[in-house]
Design a protein around this ligand. Structure first.
Ligand code: ADP
Length: 476
């Protein structure tokens, strides 16, 4: 993505910040709306509960000597106006009162003196199982409760009155409290969202920096596997990815090295033969020409082949495994060396018993034989003899390439199969390679699940070998 495009997108930090602030503002708005819209209802419900509670408290102490004191206390506590009337025979009398409600509507003389109205209230309460509460007008609640007295043989009517709407002072208090809460909530949300967004985004930003390095072919980067689970998962995935890319990159580099190494062998043959044909009269024969043609063809197939090696290693391309005569393949290969070898005084002998058929990829197995013979020629001793031996035992064919050269020391033996490993860096012979040949041999033989190995003694020579199961016809 281009930088211009990137800039169009908000950073994760800003995203979190904006979301958090929006959430906070939403909640504050809800609080204000709730406060304004439902304050009256909520207040009314609370007042209703309070007044009922107060009425009950008064009813428990109605015959207490200190009833006036108790009444004052309760009225004061709940901001109400309270009256207790006694109904005895036909008479109604006020037995107690307390007024802590400024706008009381039952303090009115009319109510006190209005016997009919009081009787009506008494009957209403009686019709409602002895307790009745009712809103009066927009702002008032009145409750009436009947309490029977056995001792005095009379009935008391407790009449309470209070406001059902909050006082403007209460409203102001609530509003200023809401305002304060809003400011505090916004500050807290700003600070919290700043730290939260930083906490969440910083590992991502760190990863982004490392990923940018990876994009610049630095596969040594390591993504820190720390933090929330998703970040750790992402770091693990990215670490795996960078390892895999590094591996692919390594294979690519090795492939180039392999190609240059393996191109050298046929090129040596071609230039050797050409020189022989140019310098020695009578060597300009069709057979020698054929060797050059064959080597050129091999060169082409090697190039294709080497390109396939990395694909084979990564498992993206299958080998071309077919029934083949290993004996014939080796014989043909050895024969190719003949003229060149004779010219330089080398001898390559191929000793074989019966013809051995195996299942294998012929082109690749020829690469194995070529590499082993080349090495044997490079490192063989003064007798300049290389023996390629084929032995069959128990349905297994073993090919050994034997030389009588300098040999390989015990500590070097396990290492020679590694890529780029060379026992000694200064070789006298021109054909000495780059330290890749045996690693190619090993890879190809591993792909065939073939057993292979080397035995060597310093000063006496080396024997490189590999084994294949003989091909069995399906019906046998
Ligand atoms: P190179 O291209 O250098 O020959 P190879 O991978 O084929 O690379 O071999 C790795 C090393 O193993 C060689 O550098 C050499 O030191 C040793 N080596 C291989 N074959 C022989 C042999 N027949 N005799 C002695 N040493 C050998």
């Amino acid at each position: 993505m281009s930088e211009a495009k990137q800039k169009k997108h908000l950073s994760i930090k800003l995203h979190i910040f904006i979301s958090m602030v929006a959430l906070c503002l939403g909640l504050v708005l809800l609080l204000w709306l709730g406060g304004a819209a439902f304050l009256k209802q909520i207040y009314g419900a609370i007042k209703m509960r309070d007044i009922e509670h107060a009425s009950n408290q008064i009813s428990y102490s109605i015959e207490d000597e200190r009833i006036t004191e108790i009444l004052e206390k309760i009225a004061d506590e709940y901001d109400l106006c309270a009256k207790i009337f006694a109904f005895e025979d036909d008479d109604v009398s006020l037995v107690g009162e307390a007024d802590f409600f400024n706008d009381c509507i039952i303090c009115d003389d009319v109510v006190i003196g209005d016997k009919d109205l009081l009787t009506q209230m008494y009957e209403d309460a009686r019709d409602h199982d002895g307790f009745h509460s009712m809103p009066v007008g927009d702002n008032n609640i009145i409750t009436t409760q009947i309490v029977h007295s056995e001792a005095n043989d009379c009935a008391y009517l407790i009449v309470l009155n209070t406001s059902s709407v909050p006082l403007s002072a209460t409203i102001r208090t609530i509003h200023s409290l809401l305002g304060l809460m809003t400011v505090v909530a916004i500050i807290i949300s700003l600070v919290a969202s700043y730290f939260l967004s930083k906490r969440i985004s910083s590992p991502i930003e760190k990863m982004d920096k490392e990923a940018k390095l990876m994009a610049k072919n630095d596969y040594e980067v390591h993504f820190e596997e720390k933090g929330p689970r998703e970040i750790v998962d992402l770091a693990i995935t990215l670490n795996k990815t960078s390892q895999e890319i590094a591996e692919v990159e390594k294979i690519r580099k090795e492939l180039i090295a392999n190609i240059s190494h393996d191109l050298r062998t046929p090129l040596t043959m071609i230039s050797g033969y050409s020189e022989v044909m140019r310098d020695i009269p009578g060597e300009n024969t069709p057979e020698n020409m054929q060797v050059i043609i064959d080597e050129t063809a091999r060169l082409t197939s090697l190039v294709n082949d080497l390109l396939n090696v990395s694909k084979l290693q990564s498992g993206t391309q299958k080998m071309d495994v077919k029934k083949m005569s290993l004996t014939k393949a080796i014989k043909d290969t050895v024969k190719r060396y003949d003229t060149l070898i004779n010219h330089n005084g080398f001898t390559i002998k191929f000793e074989s018993d019966e013809e051995a058929f195996i299942l294998g990829d012929e082109t690749r197995l020829l690469q194995v034989v070529y590499n082993l013979i080349n090495n044997a020629i490079n490192y063989t001793g003064s007798d300049k003899t290389v023996i390629v031996k084929q032995e069959i035992t128990d349905n297994v064919v073993r090919i050994s390439v034997i030389d009588s050269g300098e040999g390989i020391s015990e500590q070097d033996l396990p290492l020679i199969w590694d890529r780029y490993y060379k026992v000694d860096k200064v070789h006298k012979r021109a054909m000495v390679g780059t330290g890749i040949g045996l690693s190619i041999v090993k890879n190809i033989l591993l792909l065939h699940n073939s057993r292979f190995g080397v035995s060597s003694e310093v000063g006496k020579g080396s024997t490189f070998w590999f084994e294949f199961k003989l091909y069995q016809e399906p019906n046998q």
